[in-house]
Design a protein around this ligand. Structure first.
Ligand SMILES: [Zn+2]
Length: 364
């Protein structure tokens, strides 16, 4: 938390104009003022209960790497965190999840207490030889908290991408979303639409039947449910698209509240309306919230033309999140994905050619 030992609030040191993620980037919902930085390495420390903590290693020669002006943007952090969640949750991933988390911290950003820790490190009186140990203490975070935060964000984001696909008429991915991953539970949001029974009104009215009849009805209902679970469901009984508003509501409910308040920018003594940022997850949630604000009409696949450039989407081939350069880009830039893209294009070309040939033949 951004308070010193005496309980006084420490003003963020991230205050020049280049630190401000403006309305165009994550904007529209006020401003985010933050810095990203990385420690060179981490070590494990026994935490409370059965959990483990990750503690950065800081001493002279192991100075942290600070992004003074151009740190990661909200979208870039979103992409990195989402792809980390995906990797951790994949059964085929062989690296232990803690290794993946440490890699993220070293390559992208230290995840927690980013405002306080940055203020501490940039304080004039800060001296790495004397204060390194304190910095380690202040930056330590629990692995289970990280996994919990990651699961919440990853689940909500998967839901967002799925909803967008449903609007684009592509429900294939959505159908299997309830399957559990390696660590995180699957998405339950679309399950309801697989069973017609969920939409039938309950016919029993109170008072019209005896308690015994009610019990019989309940047992019968239970049997039906069991039978239903055994029956293999191959497609939605109701199209989720028709329940777009209900689904959107659920997604909105998952976004945490943001703490916004007026702060003084010490550089120019101006009042800014800014949000408190404690972790990279805060930044990711803001970015997702912004993407929801920009969600276009569902009939048009949730697309808003002018915002499509720079939008975060998932690659059609590898399903990783990436920031697109133009509004036609559907595959990320990895070699294997570009190859898959070319193959798909060739298939399409051949199919079109064949169709044209058949048409020409039929004319004759
Ligand atoms: Zn890809």
């Amino acid at each position: 938390m951004p308070y010193d030992g005496m309980g006084n609030y420490i003003e963020s040191k991230a205050d020049n104009t280049s630190d401000v993620i403006g309305f165009g980037d994550v904007g529209g919902i006020g401003q985010l003022i933050y810095h990203t930085f990385r420690f060179r390495d981490y070590e494990f420390e026994e935490g409370a209960g059965e959990s483990w903590d990750l503690k950065p290693i800081v001493y002279k020669g192991m100075e942290p790497d600070l992004d003074k002006s151009n740190g990661f943007s909200g979208k870039e952090l979103f992409r990195e965190v989402y792809n980390l969640g995906r990797k951790i949750n994949e059964f085929s991933e062989e690296k232990p999840y803690v290794d993946l988390i440490i890699e993220f911290c070293k390559d992208v950003a230290h995840p927690y207490y980013i405002d306080t820790v940055y203020s501490l490190m940039t304080d004039k009186q800060f001296d790495i030889a004397d204060d390194g140990e304190m910095l380690e203490r202040e930056s330590l975070f629990s692995l289970s908290t990280f996994m919990h935060d990651l699961e919440r964000f990853y689940t909500a984001t998967q839901f967002y991408f799925a909803l967008k696909k449903v609007c684009a008429g592509d429900g294939d991915d959505t159908f299997d979303l309830a399957q559990e991953g390696k660590f995180f539970e699957g998405l339950p949001f679309f399950e309801k639409y697989k069973h017609e029974e969920n939409f039938q009104e309950y016919k029993l009215e109170k008072g019209e039947i005896t308690p015994q009849q009610l019990l019989h009805e309940m047992i019968a209902e239970q049997k039906k449910t069991k039978h239903r679970e055994q029956k293999e469901v191959t497609w939605f009984a109701r199209e989720p698209f028709d329940y777009y508003e209900e689904l959107r509501e659920q997604l909105m409910d998952m976004i945490p509240d943001f703490h916004m308040r007026l702060k003084i920018n010490p550089r120019n003594n101006q009042v800014v309306f800014a949000a408190d940022v404690h972790s990279v997850f805060d930044i990711c949630w803001y970015t997702l919230a912004r993407m929801l604000v920009d969600f276009g009409p569902p009939e048009e696949g949730g697309r808003i033309r002018e915002l499509n450039e720079g939008a975060i989407i998932t690659c059609l081939h590898c399903a990783e999140a990436f920031i697109r350069d133009n509004n036609r880009q559907l595959y990320c830039k990895k070699v294997e994905c570009q190859r898959a893209h070319n193959a798909a294009r060739q298939r399409k070309y051949r199919a079109n050619k064949k169709l044209a040939e058949t048409k020409a033949k039929n004319k004759k």
